[in-house]
Design a protein. Structure first.
Ligand code: PEP
Ligand code: MG
Length: 325
């Protein structure tokens, strides 16, 4: 199956209506990096940093992390790597962290909430990232930002670390890009200033969908009722993309749906121009995107919305079948 896509590795994901979709990969381990070349991904759209914290029985040291992040950057050979700061809590529990016994961990003390409350670990991670990217560009994104103020506070922590590294006479990154993951519906309604102050926004579709529908992503029974190709959800995605575009803020989508061909087509039809997915999905997604007329798919979503349909899945699947895709 993989051989089928080898010929596509160096080709762009250009649709038949002339739109270019940028395909990036998700990663979390050094061992994922060779896929950057073999999959044809343009960069790492999401580097999940949890694993290094989960596989140890104590907090990793700054030097260890800086060395790993530096090796990730080396292996990326100049391609962009978006490092997401620690997203623990919820389903990812650190063995050495006091169990929180929260009634609803997915909506509990997790991700940036922990980072802003327990600053030591987040500062250490930011220092490791800054040191790993000395003399080269650094891209950081903060997970699970639910309101503008959290983004501002996290960005201020990063800026403070940059200042103190500079005072120590260390070489700084050549440029620093700071983004937010949009994983809670609230952030889509943040003030305009939020969109102005973020260098980019990455839609975390797994969490965003769970909170949009109030359906636990770990609970098969309720999760399956709500389709990504639900017209209301796609309309919401389109509104987020439109807001980002209005401010010139680059927006990407990095949930699992980015790697599912039909879902990827629908997201692209809502204006998403950058998708980040597991490396093995890049070939299949690219293969479909290159045969698709996105304007036609956008029209299918509009028609489904006008009819009051719940989902546009059957219409898109029929369009793909009719066109031999
Ligand atoms: C997401 O929520 O879509 C996401 C990419 O983050 P994670 O799956 O790690 O929560
Ligand atoms: Mg998430």
């Amino acid at each position: 199956a993989v051989e089928r896509y080898v010929g596509l590795v160096d080709l762009p994901a250009d649709t038949t209506c002339g739109k270019r979709i940028n395909l990036h990969m998700n990663a979390g381990l050094m061992a994922d990096l060779p896929s950057l070349a073999s999959s044809g991904a343009e960069g790492v759209g999401l580097f999940r940093t949890e694993l290094q914290f989960l596989i140890r029985n104590k907090v990793p040291r700054r030097g260890e992390l800086a060395s790993l992040y530096g090796r990730v950057m080396d292996a990326a050979r100049g391609k962009r790597v978006a490092f997401r700061t620690l997203d623990i809590g919820s389903d990812k529990v650190l063995p050495y962290m006091k169990p929180q016994d929260e009634p609803n961990p997915a909506m509990g003390w997790r991700a940036i909430r922990v980072g802003l409350d327990k600053r030591g670990v987040m500062r250490m991670q930011l220092q490791a990232l800054i040191r790993a990217c000395a003399g080269r560009p650094l891209t950081i994104m903060f997970p699970f930002v639910a309101q503008f103020e959290e983004f501002r506070a996290a960005k201020a922590m990063l800026e403070a670390e940059l200042v103190s590294e500079k005072r120590l006479g260390r070489v700084l990154p050549t440029e620093v890009e700071v983004g937010a993951m949009l994983e809670t519906p609230s952030l889509a309604f943040a003030p305009d200033q939020f969109f102005e102050e973020t260098d980019f926004i990455s839609i975390g579709g797994n969490d965003l969908k769970q909170f949009f529908f109030a359906a636990d992503r770990e609970n098969e029974r309720v999760r399956r009722r709500y389709d990504t190709l639900n017209v209301s959800f796609l309309t919401f995605i389109r509104q987020i993309v439109d807001r980002c575009n209005a401010h010139g803020t680059p927006v990407s989508f990095c949930g699992e749906d980015a790697g599912r061909p039909v879902e990827a087509v629908a997201l692209a039809a809502m204006g998403v121009r950058t998708l980040s997915m597991r490396p093995a999905s890049i070939g299949p997604v690219k293969s479909v995107l290159r045969k698709v007329d996105l304007d036609r798919v956008t029209a299918l979503v509009d028609e489904a919305a006008a009819r009051g349909d719940q989902s546009v899945r059957s219409a898109i699947v029929a369009y793909l079948a009719e066109n031999g895709i």
